[in-house]
Design a protein. Structure first.
Length: 316
């Protein structure tokens, strides 16, 4: 189980506290009228949710056991790792040339939208870990409460303070990137996913140099770069990639394949100490005993239904 809170970016922690304090004070001051907003908010959210469902179910493909089963299994696995109650509905739709993905939340349901062009950018290059990064990033917004209706209502008064809302939004993106990288189980692939999203070209994505892109930061004019950042809901991509690099360097990823195998081995050994002689077989035999399946190339745990390893792309 992934401790999502531990991956929350330091800036988000600070801005979240500030925004909650401001929101709490304002709503408390308006307590005599604040409760009157609850019913309209519930009704409006329900109506928007129904309208959204009317659009999405008729104009996008829902990921399920019947449609794109491999992606569905990845979403199920990540949902368990993030301890999210209920699997968000994932839809793939045309972005009309745009590369994007979204996390959406209504009272009637939670959703993740993946533009087909962005999915193609990963799958056509067999960059399956990059797709894990993209999906994990959007799931992180749900797990961290970034799209929660009631939290956003609480934080709403803080948006009247210039630039505070934008600062909080940018910090949320950095937190989601961290979670996406942990779920991708590959720091380089996580950075490449953001870099491929930046260039938007399948032909050029394989030739991208992460270090060269990060080095472009030094050419950004300091004053205008700061002003640009103030008005942005997302950090510059060069900043996001640089932040991921620093995070991976200072804090080991939580889902290395060796850690998973060792944890499984330890759990089996502890159980067997109580019921039978200690098992000392290799990790592969322990995995068989647990009815687990691992990639022969990198050792990553995979599902029986997987046709390829989502960590290294190896054909199973």
């Amino acid at each position: 189980m992934l401790d999502v809170s531990s991956l929350r970016h330091e800036k988000e922690r600070i801005y979240l506290i500030i925004c909650m304090l401001i929101g709490g004070i304002v709503w408390f001051a308006l307590i005599w009228v604040a409760w009157l907003l609850v019913i309209p908010v519930v009704i409006i959210s329900w109506l928007f949710g129904q309208y959204f469902k009317a659009y999405i179910y008729g104009n996008a493909i829902r990921v399920s056991q019947e449609q794109f089963k491999e992606i569905h299994e990845v979403v199920k696995e990540m949902t368990r790792e993030l301890n999210i109650a209920g699997i968000p509905d994932v839809f793939i739709l045309s972005g009309q040339g745009n590369l994007n993905s979204l996390a959406v939340n209504f009272l009637s349901g939670r959703y993740i939208l993946l533009y087909g062009e962005l999915v193609d950018l990963s799958l056509k290059r067999d960059a399956h870990a990059e797709l894990r990064m993209i999906i994990g990033h959007e799931l992180a917004h749900h797990a961290l409460g970034h799209v929660n209706l009631w939290r956003n209502l609480l934080l709403l008064p803080s948006k009247i303070i210039p630039f505070l809302g934008g600062a909080y939004s940018r910090a949320c993106e950095l937190s989601a990137d961290r979670v996406g990288m942990a779920l991708a189980r590959d720091g380089e692939a996580a950075r490449k996913a953001l870099l491929a999203l930046t260039v938007g070209s399948e032909a050029l994505a394989a030739e991208l140099d992460t270090e060269a892109f990060i080095a472009q930061e030094k050419y950004i004019p300091p004053v205008m770069g700061f002003i640009y950042e103030l008005y942005s809901s997302h950090p510059r991509m060069s900043v996001r990639i640089s932040e991921l690099k620093k995070y991976e360097k200072n804090i080991p990823l939580l889902f290395r394949s060796s850690m998973i195998i060792n944890a499984s081995s330890t759990k089996v050994a502890e159980t067997c100490e109580k019921t039978a002689p200690v098992i000392t077989e290799p990790a592969e035999e322990i995995a068989v005993a647990l009815q687990q399946r691992y990639c022969s190339s990198c050792g990553q745990k995979v599902l029986d239904s997987d046709r390829f390893c989502y960590n290294c792309g190896h054909k199973l």
